[in-house]
Design a protein around this ligand. Structure first.
Ligand code: GTP
Ligand code: MN
Ligand code: MN
Length: 365
């Protein structure tokens, strides 16, 4: 890493979807500090502040060199007063007191642990904290009623909070591939989410299933899930057409993220040979998301499920604010022409949006 010249400053386009953002970049200590504040804002349902910090962190991730002085940041987009103050502190002292205080606060840590349980969103976690529940032990000892997802989440807490490796993802891809091709010849399995962006670890493994003939994807999900279940591969599954009922972020997630694909939130049971279970265990639990899409919407779904979350959000903001278009994981609507724009590849969607194509590995905003 080469520090930038004191005198030179950077230029960065306004929207994250206009930029190439690699997984590894030059300013991790700055982006980590801002990301922690974003996370804290999300845990406290302050969405405006969360997005502001996420955008600021993303700008730092996109810089071509290490920042050594705030003067280099003059004129850059998305860096508000608050974010600049944090950056200044970290540059000067190596840390920022607001970040350190947050990191060690009881509320932040309790919210993190409790929302780290699959099926628990921020509203539930906040309610539990108000009832005096700050950790797993207190939750287990309390008389709190858990739904099926939360019970599974608590039962498999340790496994599910262990990063999923690339090898695990490959092994699960093989399993899903085998299920799909034996049940639905011709149907296709695509790895999406963080692993498609080149991440080496993740919190889950995300897949998109489709069939090259429109309509032939119908019934795919039920069959695949039944097969996986019959093989003893599922510890938990919930299949639904509606996304908002149960997601990692709970019912509070923004409506812009919702879609109507058939989907399955699952917990897989991987045995030795399929994964490396923790010492002394024969298997481990891994979160898997399966989504089925008709081929006509595949490109939109692929773009929408590849992430990062901020990249997706910025794509929609760009579409709406700069192009008078509305982008979802199903379609792209041109409000001026009052019609849907078709696409059979991600490249075509970028072209419709007037953006240069950004490959998945550079969508790590
Ligand atoms: P890790 O799993 O933590 O490694 O990161 P990830 O980027 O894979 O995140 P995640 O699995 O949570 O989500 C993958 C992508 O799917 C992200 O871009 C999300 O925006 C998107 N996504 C998640 N939930 C939904 C949803 O309900 N609807 C739509 N359309 N997209 C979603
Ligand atoms: Mn994922
Ligand atoms: Mn996911």
């Amino acid at each position: 890493i080469k520090p930038a010249e004191e005198t030179c400053s950077f230029t960065v386009p306004n929207y994250a979807c206009q930029r190439r953002t690699q997984l590894h970049h030059h300013n991790p200590s700055l982006s980590d500090a801002l990301t922690l504040l974003a996370e804290n804002a999300e845990l406290n349902e302050d969405d405006g502040r969360a997005v502001a910090f996420r955008r600021a962190a993303a700008v730092l991730k996109a810089l071509p060199a290490e920042v050594t002085s705030v003067s280099q940041l003059k004129g850059l987009p998305c860096l508000g007063e608050h974010s600049l103050r944090v950056i200044k502190d970290v540059l000067k002292d190596g840390s920022c007191s607001e970040v350190e205080t947050t990191k060690h606060s009881q509320r932040f840590n309790a919210l993190k642990v409790l929302t780290g349980i699959f099926g628990v969103g921020v509203k539930t976690a906040d309610r539990w904290i108000r009832d005096g529940i700050f950790n797993l032990q207190q939750l287990r000892e309390s008389q709190t009623t858990l739904n099926r997802a939360q019970q599974a989440g608590l039962d498999h807490y340790e496994d599910l909070n262990q990063p999923v490796t690339r090898a695990d993802a490959d092994s699960i891809t093989e399993i899903v591939q085998e299920a799909v091709s034996s049940l639905f010849p011709g149907a296709q399995v695509t790895l999406t989410g963080g692993f498609r962006r080149g991440k080496m670890t993740g919190h889950d493994v995300d897949f998109l299933l489709t069939h090259p003939e429109e309509g032939r994807e119908e019934g795919l999900m039920d069959k695949v899930v039944s097969w996986l279940d019959s093989q003893g591969l599922l510890l938990y599954q919930k299949t639904s057409r509606n996304s908002y009922l149960e997601s990692r972020d709970g019912p509070g997630r923004p409506s812009s993220n919702m879609d109507r694909f058939e989907r399955c939130f699952a917990i897989f049971k991987l045995s030795r040979g399929q994964t490396s279970p923790p010492a002394g265990h024969q298997w481990r639990a891994v979160r898997v998301d399966l989504v089925v899409t008709p081929i006509s919407q595949f490109a939109f779904a692929l773009l929408g499920w590849t992430g990062s979350k901020l990249f997706e959000r910025e794509l929609r903001r760009w579409a709406g604010h700069e192009k008078a278009m509305s982008l979802s994981s199903h379609a792209l609507f041109d409000k001026t022409q009052k019609r849907y724009l078709r696409a059979s590849s991600e490249e075509e969607i970028f072209t419709h949006l007037g953006l240069s194509f950004i490959p998945p590995s550079q969508r790590n905003a």
